[in-house]
Design a protein around this ligand. Sequence first.
Ligand SMILES: Nc1ncnc2c1ncn2[C@@H]1O[C@H](COP(=O)(O)OP(=O)(O)O)[C@@H](O)[C@H]1O
Ligand SMILES: [Mg+2]
Length: 396
Amino acid sequence: MVKTDVQQIKQRFGIIGHNPNLDRAIDVALQVAPTDLSVLITGESGVGKETFPQIIHQNSARKHGQYIAVNCGAIPEGTIDSELFGHEKGSFTGALADRKGYFEVADGGTIFLDEVGELPIPTQARLLRVLESGEFIKVGSSKVLKTNVRIVAATNVNLVQAVGEGKFREDLYYRLNTVPIQIPPLRERGAEDILLLFRKFAGDCAEKYRMPAIRLDDEAKNLLVAYRWPGNVRELKNLTERISVIEEDRDLTGPVLRQYLPDLNMEKLPVLVRQDPDQKIFNSEREILYQVLFDMKKDVTELKKLVHDIMTGSHPLVPEEDPGYSHPINARPMPMEPHIQEAEDVVEETLSLEDVEKEMIRKALERHNGRRKNAAADLKISERTLYRKIKEYELE
Ligand SMILES: Nc1ncnc2c1ncn2[C@@H]1O[C@H](COP(=O)(O)OP(=O)(O)O)[C@@H](O)[C@H]1O
Ligand SMILES: [Mg+2]
């Protein structure tokens, strides 16, 4: 049972998803908010770390104080001390006047140090001091000042590893990591969350561009869920927006979606989640590879056919005028090309699974000068199977 206050936080901050680890992260944020403890938020890029320091600030006694978010990775090393702690007039070229740093401005409030692993070592020393005693010194000054700031930090790099490599102070790591909050990567959040987020982003886009929301068929859903999402929610959001703007057909099918997903990042190979009526049971990697090749070949053939149809004018690039909504991209028909005959004879070309297998066996035999034992080892099949296949495909 999810706590009602976690639900409220999700609504208030627009957090979508039901993953228990995500709920736990929100719960920890709520528990720790009223204290002044430092919090370290960890998680891959794009998982949604930036909402958490705000949840913490808004649910603390500091909520009427300043909230300042600093991206430590975006500030040049030469100016970061001055930005964080301020400087005195004349402390360096260009320091024309005294300047207050974030730690002075946010006195009584919260500072969010995003990408904290990027802080230069000298700045880490200053930060440790302010965390431990509230004391800091402006650049070019010798006067010790005091401030009362709550720190929430975030990182997508492994700080323990950074400590091991001497890039991050161990004492600072322990000081920041008083309360750790881990945000799960999207691929571990489960199918429901991925689809919920897609629906949310597709809905937002539909509203923005005043057109029907993109909907997924079963195959597209499976693909979306199987994808690894290295860029997490940010990547899903961008992808959904791109598809919403580009695709005219609002019912998204698997093959269309597949064109948007980089193949290398498929966690499971796409063929495994296909719901073809004649779904095959794959019992070896080799067979999966055949199927992938086969699918690719099919896609290429379909593409060729599409190009051919477009060039011969039998496929309209611009759909019939639909008064329901106007598409943001103005597709124009391509000029007719003269070399269309060639396309004709490739359209019917297909490559069966057997063709692929036959070709692989032929190549392996060639590589090993006909030595079947070696070819079989290369193909990772038994010699007996190889004999059978050679006979079957009449490769002798
Ligand atoms: N659970 C979620 N629900 C809705 N949007 C989310 C969620 N998590 C992340 N986002 C969105 O994904 C994008 C990336 O989030 P962000 O906090 O910038 O990631 P990080 O700081 O971890 O790299 C933002 O646009 C954010 O609004
Ligand atoms: Mg971020």
